[in-house]
Write a protein that binds this ligand. Structure first.
Ligand code: CA
Length: 229
């Protein structure tokens, strides 16, 4: 099911949009000010955004720019003023569509469907398809080498990323430290299996809520580590 974020300060409009979109089978969140909208953009994953241009504090313009800095999903900009629409269109912000208020909700739904279908076709060609592993609150984009922990992007060193990804790709299997060292470091580096322990500790500090009770990487005493499926 596609998830949509509406950022709109006029709550009656936001609710109407949400009702119609939900009737069409979409999952919809609403934020009613720019700052909360920006936060939602950074914290959660959406398939499409509907942004009102004029918002208290951070405007739709700014939110559009923030989305485009990391994502290519469809963005629909909404404004009460046709002049504003013309202006932002001219700025080439990368929004996919511009809608002037008032508009009919069914028209909005039709445009949302069209943009999602177009985007899915694009992604379906493989050109934009990234290899992603998602396990509970952990999301690893292997293609982009990026990691999100509970929706927040988190930085990992090259070896931390390789080790975490390797374990996540082989859940429910116990690996000895020697095996992990051979797999990830490939004997190329100076070091020993204590390196594995150090890296596991660093990864846990980033992915675990409580490192003494790991939810992802378990220690199997006297053997090694296992990623919880
Ligand atoms: Ca507004």
């Amino acid at each position: 099911m596609s998830r949509i974020l509406i950022v709109e300060d006029e709550e009656s409009i936001a609710d109407l949009e949400k009702d119609y979109l939900e009737l069409s089978g979409f999952e919809v969140d609403i934020e009613t000010n720019g700052r909360a909208g920006l936060k939602a953009v950074q914290m959660r994953e959406y398939d499409l955004f509907i942004l009102d241009l004029m918002l208290p504090d951070v405007d739709g313009f700014e939110i559009c720019r923030e989305i485009r800095s990391t994502k290519d999903v469809p963005i629909l900009m909404v404004s009460a003023k046709k002049d504003d629409i013309d202006k932002i269109r001219g700025l080439g912000l990368g929004a996919d569509d511009y809608i002037t208020k008032p508009f009919s909700p069914s028209e909005l739904v039709a445009r949302v469907k069209a943009h999602l279908a177009r985007y899915e076709r694009l992604v379906g060609t493989g050109a934009y398809k990234n290899d992603v592993i998602q396990i509970r609150g952990l999301k690893i984009d292997k293609t982009a080498r990026r990691v999100w922990v509970n929706g927040t992007e988190t930085q990992f060193t090259t070896k931390e990323f390789d080790l975490l990804t390797f374990l996540a790709e082989h859940p429910d299997r116990v690996f000895k430290k020697e095996e992990l060292f051979r797999e990830i470091w490939n004997m190329e580096s100076i070091g020993d299996i204590a390196t594995v322990t150090v890296h596991i500790k660093k990864i846990r500090e980033k992915v675990e809520f409580d490192t003494s009770k790991p939810q992802y990487i378990e220690t199997i005493w006297g053997v090694g580590y296992r990623f919880k499926a």
